[in-house]
Design a binder for this molecule. Structure first.
Ligand SMILES: Cc1ncc(COP(=O)(O)O)c(C=O)c1O
Length: 365
């Protein structure tokens, strides 16, 4: 071991940094093309609400002052909309930051964190950061295997992360399944309901997890402005928990963690219900179009409740990625999730979807 390595906490060597995939700029540079259809990161291709853009423009001249560290206006607005105690709301630099804060505030070294494999990248990163034990329970046919996750809980387990809808497959857990989990889960485990995509869900049996927060259960609901509100580049998300659980998260929060521009954009977005309606409509149309096209190509896919589809392209996913990229389209490869013949494609605009299908058809023929 070299002297420098001795300086590093051993657990840090277990962290595999988050890999965002190739950026559009990189792809354009490499291939000498001027346009890339990026369907790799589950962003909202319609862009933010015009009201949010206007609010950001107004706020641009104010960036010389530090932002409101408590995000009071946004917190109050969310509390009113969601009918929860404002003391239980925490705004973060994306829900990513709140996952990170959960690690800092709750997880002692050696405790365990339970989640489904493949996980959202931040769960293992946070677990390893805290020198905790990961218990990654294999998915069952693209769904969380809740009985197995429950069976994996020990006296030492601190957090269970549940991505609902599940990234990368797009499946959901129903209200009944979550109710059973909440009945059986020991009190010492904090459940994180990671609902980054919940606005896209059109299943009537999706759980109302805020009800568990209102009941004061040991849980936190994680949501984001990155997806439906198309503010991924601003980094703003939020958590909703019983106040006693939100308090320690606020104690580990960096001062001024959320930019003022992000706060006003989020606030304006909440006042524009049209943003949600347009996005959901585009997503449903795009989803149906992609299903039809996959059916015509004879490809099987996982029916989705989110803004992406996990599809089996029947070929090496890296090879498929490379060939799509050469045609100006980027997606996520399934190999990183343990599915070497799958890709995860974000549902785009009608034009983007058509471009993707044309490229895929060309490759498969
Ligand atoms: C399941 C899940 N959770 C959380 C996030 C983080 O979202 P953000 O940090 O942009 O709020 C994402 C982003 O892709 C996600 O897919």
């Amino acid at each position: 071991m070299s002297a420098k390595e001795e300086l590093i906490r051993p657990t840090i060597n277990r962290i595999v940094p988050y890999s965002p995939g190739k950026s559009s700029a990189e792809v354009m540079r490499e291939l000498g093309i001027t346009e890339v259809t990026k369907l790799a990161s589950n962003e909202n291709p319609l862009g933010p609400s015009p009201a949010a853009i206007e609010a950001m423009q107004r706020a641009a001249s104010e960036v010389f002052v530090y932002p409101d560290p408590l995000c009071v206006d946004l917190t109050d607005k969310l509390a009113e909309m969601l009918d929860v105690d404002p003391e239980g709301i925490l705004i973060g630099r994306g829900s990513d930051e709140i996952i990170h804060m959960m690690g800092l505030a709750f997880v002692n070294p050696g405790e365990s964190v339970v989640y489904s494999a493949p996980p959202f990248a931040l769960y293992p990163i946070t677990t390893r950061l805290m020198d905790a034990e990961e218990i990654a329970t294999p998915h069952k046919d693209f769904y969380h295997d809740l009985p197995a996750m429950l069976a994996a809980v020990t006296d030492n387990t601190k957090i269970m992360f549940i991505s609902n809808p599940y990234n990368p497959t797009g499946t959901i857990l129903t209200a009944d399944e979550i109710a059973e989990l909440m009945e059986r889960l020991p009190e010492h485990v904090i459940v994180a309901f990671d609902e980054a995509y919940f606005e896209y869900v059109d299943a009537p049996d999706f759980p109302d997890t805020l009800e568990y927060v209102r009941q004061g259960r040991n849980c936190i609901v994680l949501r984001t402005f990155s997806k439906i509100y198309a503010l991924a580049g601003l980094r703003i998300g939020y958590g909703i928990a019983p106040p006693q659980l939100a308090r320690p998260l606020k104690q580990v929060r960096e001062p001024f963690n959320v930019a003022g521009i992000a706060q006003v954009a989020a606030l304006a977005s909440l006042d524009d219900p049209d943003q949600v309606r347009r996005t959901v409509e585009n997503n449903q149309k795009g989803r149906n179009y992609l299903y039809e096209q996959f059916d015509a190509l004879g490809l099987s896919y996982v029916p989705t409740q989110a803004n992406f589809i996990f599809v089996d392209v029947g070929m090496d996913s890296q090879e498929c990625f490379d060939q799509l990229m050469r045609r100006g389209v980027t997606v996520r490869t399934g190999d990183i999730f343990g599915f070497p013949t799958f890709i995860r494609v974000t549902i785009g605009t009608p034009e983007q979807n058509a471009r993707f299908i044309a490229a895929l058809t060309d490759i498969l023929q």
